[in-house]
Unconditional design. Structure first.
Length: 416
């Protein structure tokens, strides 16, 4: 944030800060194994290993295997393998131009946990009824073994589907600003108990403050970026399960770091920039010529999270999981023991998903190292958060006569 006039700079996305070579250098290992964003939907059918189209009968599968399982259960017609029950062995996709072994295919459907109870069609044949009963009986005894095989990847898919949906819902809010000289006077305590605000037009009781606003061009942008993070936290699973006081402390502590992540991701993805950009494209922390060195320092502070992004080539999946991990911090003073247990469980879930993703994308050899590198970004964010709050103390002293610099919510987060 800076007291910078609106200019045509928003159209200019060239870097304004020279990044030192060691800040963007990539190891050969990271270059070799870096991948583009992956689809968070199931990538392959767990039966034939061809592309999946979704979850059918509780298992990621293609339309062919879905229809085969349904048809077999309804008719009750089982086929025995003639080739040693090894027809679906291996890791490569099965050639669908060839006739698949019905015995091995159905055995694989059962092994992966396809649920006969999810078949809605009425089963009229005696054979079908007997087969369904037998499958239900066997499914109960193999539930634990099945969960060990598929739950980790299944958990990642479900978690990422939800996180992507949450991020999408808040994209418009994060890209918006408040009307010039208007302010959202709600405190953070009010906002965390209000109904979700996904659009600037739905913010209740905006107040006009006229020329008393210190940063009329960018205060609205700063507020909506923080509001997008708070609303993201309110959509997380732990939020409805813990007491209001604990949720207030957790959101207040993690919002500044999560905002640094969000601004870094959006600056790279939306503006293709290697310096932090506000939602309107202007450079965050850019000093005016008549300002002293303190603004130059602020400009350096806000870039640290982005440098960490560039060094590690953080992709969208990694960004969302890191953001969720940061907002699930159970170690904050004053959080109740019950809330700590709930938030710890959720943080561990996101940690498992991040590790699973790293192992899937980089393999068992490089995956753990990738996971450690990503988690290390949180220490960068912690340092940046401290420096931003220190800067805010200086800023508040300089503008001591102003009641509110940006908004009550912003000031509360920055002062915590």
């Amino acid at each position: 944030m800076s007291n910078e006039p609106s200019t045509s700079e928003s159209a200019n996305i060239l870097p304004d800060i020279l990044i030192e070579s060691e800040q963007i250098v990539e190891t050969s290992t990271r270059k070799l194994f870096y991948r583009k964003d992956q689809n968070v939907l199931p990538e392959k059918c767990q039966i034939c290993r061809n592309p999946a189209v979704g979850y059918h009968y509780d298992v990621a599968s293609c339309n062919g295997c879905k229809a085969f399982f349904r048809r077999t259960v309804i008719t009750g017609r089982l086929v025995k393998c003639k080739y040693g029950r090894k027809c679906l062995d291996g890791d490569d996709p099965i050639d669908l131009n060839k006739r698949l072994c019905g015995g091995c295919r159905f055995e694989k459907c059962e092994e992966m946990g396809m649920n006969p109870m999810a078949i809605r069609a009425e089963i009229t044949s005696k054979e079908g009824k007997l087969l369904k009963e037998e499958l239900i009986k066997r499914k109960g005894s193999t539930e634990v073994a099945i969960s060990k095989k598929i739950n980790v990847e299944d958990e990642l898919t479900k978690v990422m589907t939800k996180l992507n949906k949450m991020e999408s819902l808040l994209d418009n809010l994060a890209s918006s600003t408040l009307p010039r000289h208007y302010i959202d006077l709600r405190s953070l305590s009010d906002i965390i108990v209000d109904t979700p605000t996904l659009d600037v037009a739905r913010i209740p009781n905006l107040s006009f403050i006229g020329d008393d606003q210190v940063f009329p061009d960018h205060a609205g942008l700063a507020h909506t970026s923080f509001l997008a993070v708070v609303e993201f936290a309110k959509m997380m699973d732990f939020y409805e399960k813990i007491d209001t006081d604990s949720s207030l402390k957790i959101v207040r502590h993690g919002s500044l770091m999560a905002r640094g992540l969000m601004n870094s991701e959006r600056s790279i993805r939306k503006f293709k920039s290697d310096c932090i950009r506000r939602a309107d494209g202007t450079v965050a922390g850019k000093p005016m010529r008549n300002y002293n060195g303190i603004w130059v320092e602020h400009r350096k502070i806000v870039q640290k999270s982005l440098y960490a992004f560039l060094r590690n080539n953080v992709d969208t999946t990694e960004y969302l999981l890191l953001k969720a991990i940061i907002l699930c911090n159970p170690a904050i003073p004053g959080v109740s023991k019950e809330a700590q247990a709930i938030v710890t469980a959720e943080q561990q879930k996101y940690g498992r998903c991040l590790l699973t993703y790293c192992l899937r994308e980089y393999g068992t050899r490089f995956g753990p190292d990738r996971y450690v590198s990503l988690i290390a970004i949180t220490s960068v964010l912690e340092n940046q958060q401290k420096e931003e709050r220190d800067f805010n103390v200086i800023l508040r002293a300089f503008y001591s006569k102003c009641t509110v610099l940006v908004s009550p919510m912003y000031d509360e987060i920055m002062a915590s």
